[in-house]
Ligand binder design. Structure first.
Ligand SMILES: [Zn+2]
Length: 324
């Protein structure tokens, strides 16, 4: 068990999850706990925040946002001193799925140098963010497996959450149209076919499943448990960080749902822009709205993990013969 970090040495909680698994919701709920600072998908900060000047959840660009401008000042002497395109290129030489073998064992000297430079910058960023937020625990919901393996090389304590959600719910979600309000042009989030989503979901869970083999502690959380028993899930995630959980810590959880402010999430799902009471309920729309042919394809392609994560109950209409 790690001590709760102080402002100078925060504990980073990394949320890894295939897209549309509820990582933004989990992050925002964690960020509502006193002493916790939610940063959003930090992996996108160089490209989206600095190069493309997309907005923080507060609606302002990073150098105009009260939180991130202060973080940039403390970490780097101001964002104008950070070359976003150069950082994006450095990040691309390190934080990519194809570099996973090197991230596991960085045998190449040039790779080690880039890795050290990139994680050094992240570390300055996290330390500054902890100071500005007055938080000892930070949430980074970057989700990507390569980012999870990158953060293993940070000298700060990092706790990993492997967030899973029923692949059929994930597949259905990726077929829906969702707007990205942070882009001035009102772009839509990309959409993917159920079979493509299933293949990606499997690959993601295979790679996240390798993380414990590197000696990393990983806690697995199901989205469906988060919305039905949020207190238990949040405690399970925060307990190992050593964060003191004071009475009344869960005041934001009301019978109507989770009462969440806008915060300063740097990038992520459009849900980060909504504030107020977010109802908590299992989103099972896929059961009726995902065409049965698609449902059967996704179930067949993802059956081993569905079974491992406890999603293939006896009554599941698509349960493979003999169980998975
Ligand atoms: Zn902001």
């Amino acid at each position: 068990m790690t001590e709760a970090g102080d402002g100078h040495r925060p504990t980073v909680v990394f949320i890894g999850g295939s897209g549309r698994s509820g990582s933004t919701l989990l992050e925002r709920m964690l960020g509502a706990v006193p002493g916790v600072g939610a940063l959003g998908e930090v992996v996108h900060l160089p490209a989206r925040g600095l190069v493309e000047r997309e907005t923080c959840a507060c609606g302002r660009a990073l150098d105009l946002c009260e939180f991130w401008s202060e973080v940039g000042e403390r970490a780097f002497g101001g964002w104008d001193r950070v070359d976003g395109a150069e950082w994006r290129a450095l990040q691309a030489r390190v934080d990519r799925t194809r570099h996973l073998p090197l991230l596991a064992v960085p045998v190449r000297r040039s790779f080690r140098a880039d890795l050290g430079e990139h994680t050094g910058r992240l570390e300055r960023l996290y330390r500054a963010a902890a100071e500005v937020a007055g938080a000892s625990v930070l949430i980074d919901s970057s989700k990507n497996t390569s980012t999870a393996f990158t953060l293993r090389h940070l000298s700060l304590p990092v706790r990993y959450v492997h967030l899973v959600r029923d692949s059929r719910g994930v597949a259905y979600s990726w077929t829906k149209e969702v707007e990205r309000p942070e882009t001035a042009r009102g772009h839509l989030m990309p959409r993917y076919s159920p079979a493509a989503t299933a293949a990606w979901w499997d690959a993601f869970n295979v790679i996240m499943g390798l993380l414990p083999a590197t000696g990393t502690d990983v806690i697995r959380v199901r989205y469906e448990d988060l919305v039905t028993d949020p207190q238990a899930v949040l405690r399970a995630v925060l307990g190992p960080t050593g964060l003191p959980i004071d009475p009344g810590w869960d005041r934001f959880l009301t019978p109507a749902g989770a009462e969440l402010g806008p915060g300063h999430s740097v990038a992520g799902n459009p849900m980060r822009f909504t504030s107020g009471v977010i109802p908590l309920h299992r989103d099972d729309a896929w059961r009726s709205r995902l065409p049965s042919r698609d449902r059967r394809i996704v179930t067949a392609l993802t059956a081993p993990f569905l079974a491992r994560y406890g999603y293939l109950g006896r009554r599941d209409p698509d349960r493979p013969p003999g169980g998975a």
